[in-house]
Write a new protein. Structure first.
Length: 313
């Protein structure tokens, strides 16, 4: 092993971020020639080519991408170990890369992030809002807040809260078209359907009189969108009934901007989880943020259904 392997790793990471080996060398106080020599020596010791190099550009090879991922983990672990010897406040530094669904991220998680960053002002945040599942490794996500357990053995999940999906519509829509009392009444109504990468979410499940019932929305007559926020906005505007995660619309329901329907047949669904890399070093800032999330959900979760006003018949 090279005598300054950590220095070589830092040079390699800097080169990928600056897209220039010479610039990385200058940042670390070494000449371009010395930087090139160190990279060649590193590649030789690894028996792998890390970059495809031209006179104008650097491009990571497949082996380089793998090595980069683990270099970042190792270097971050060293930085965090040094900070851990300081006080708790100063240990929470660096950037947390978070992913969440669009509505949940905007309505809840983004506000909690602001609270967390107020406690730890040296922290920086990268928040990705998407209704598709982020690839934690490819997208360099530290923690993803998802509905349901991951189906990837490389990921681990921490349970955060229970979850329900509710059908809801604006008071104006319900006044105009009537309030459904049973799933069969839905045949007479208009719908707004969220379409994800796996297809439209147009099957609704209920439990009435101890019977499991399903209603499938006909897409030919539905309004459809791949944006959960747009689905909510259309529902608020009175264009139809939509199905939303209860956490996403709790504020709208409390204010009366939307009303939940057929709640007596509601079926609990997969919970909310914090998903992380299984084999990735978990930095203190990520552990602290996870603990913060757990406490926030614990406060809101027990009474979320009871907190919603019951619509008048």
């Amino acid at each position: 092993m090279a005598t300054d392997r950590l220095g070589d790793m830092r040079l390699f990471v800097e080169a990928t971020e600056l897209k220039s080996l010479s610039a990385a060398g200058r940042k670390m106080g070494i000449s371009p020639a010395a930087a090139s020599a160190r990279l060649i020596k590193l590649e030789s010791s690894l028996e792998a080519k890390l970059f495809d190099r031209t006179t104008r550009s650097l491009r990571l090879t497949d082996e380089g991408q793998v090595f980069l991922r683990y270099c970042k983990i190792a270097l971050q672990a060293i930085d965090d170990a040094e900070m851990a010897l300081q006080d708790k406040q100063s240990a929470v530094k660096g950037k947390i890369r978070i992913s969440a669904s669009v509505d949940l991220g905007r309505n809840l998680i983004s506000h909690w992030i602001e609270e967390f960053s107020a406690i730890y002002p040296d922290l920086s945040i990268a928040l990705t809002l998407t209704d598709s599942n982020s690839n934690l490794i490819h997208d360099d996500i530290d923690i993803a807040i998802r509905f349901g357990l991951p189906d990837n053995d490389l990921l681990v999940a921490r349970y955060l809260a229970p979850n329900w999906r509710v059908l809801c519509a604006s008071p104006a829509y319900l006044e105009k078209y009537g309030r459904p009392e049973r799933p069969s009444d839905l045949l007479k109504h208009k719908f707004i359907v969220l379409v994800t990468e796996s297809g439209p979410l147009n099957e609704y499940y209920f439990n009435f009189d101890q019977q499991n019932l399903t209603h499938t929305v006909q897409m030919e007559t539905a309004w459809e969108t791949n944006d959960s926020v747009q689905a909510r906005m259309w529902a608020l505007a009175g264009h139809g009934i939509t199905r939303k995660i209860i956490w996403d619309v709790a504020s709208d329901l409390k204010k009366g901007n939307l009303q939940a329907i057929l709640t007596q047949g509601i079926v609990q669904e997969a919970g909310i989880y914090a998903v992380m890399h299984k084999n990735k070093y978990i930095a203190p800032r990520i552990r602290f943020f996870l603990d913060f999330l757990i406490k926030k959900f614990e406060v809101l979760a027990p009474n979320i259904l009871n907190q919603l006003p019951q619509p008048k018949s």
